[in-house]
Design a protein around this ligand. Sequence first.
Ligand code: SF4
Ligand code: SF4
Length: 179
Amino acid sequence: MEVIELKNADSDFPDLVKKFGGLNLSACYQCGTCSSDCPVSTEFFYRVRRIMRRTALGLKDKVLPEKDIWCCTTCFTCFDRCPQEVNPTDVIVALRRISAREGYTPQASRNTSANITKLGHAVPSLEDIEKKREGIGLPARPPTAASHPEAIDEIQKIVKKRGIAEIIRFNWDKMELEE
Ligand code: SF4
Ligand code: SF4
């Protein structure tokens, strides 16, 4: 059984989560239906009900730095099942937004964001894939940002405007992530 220490709770945290999109957090009555149907809950550490509880109690230090919130696949099963219409998926996405702004973005997500910033794609166009495409009569590169450098310029404008580079700590001079 989890022992909950409330001495470090932040009573403003639930309101912050609502501001970032987790609008119905306070409706959760801890029935556990979300956890029982969540496909990720087969992993021993992950319980969406526990994330809802800790968040509602203001235990941000138990939520924001933890890997749990990044394990959700956003499949929306909990959205469909929750009898209180809490929409736990929205709460988790809100937590990710706050967590990222506090510098906790996982390295894999930083890498993906850096690829999108540099190349317009989460996964770069690899040489062997380009050869395979040509082998079946396709252009080496798909008709996406991979073939349209001007589209990458547009993506970079969005990254700058939305402050994403600061969140993932992307160095524009070196065009790579900082440590
Ligand atoms: S199903 Fe809804 S009410 Fe039940 S624990 Fe999950 S979020 Fe809370
Ligand atoms: S949206 Fe996330 S938390 Fe909800 S059921 Fe799917 S994986 Fe689990």
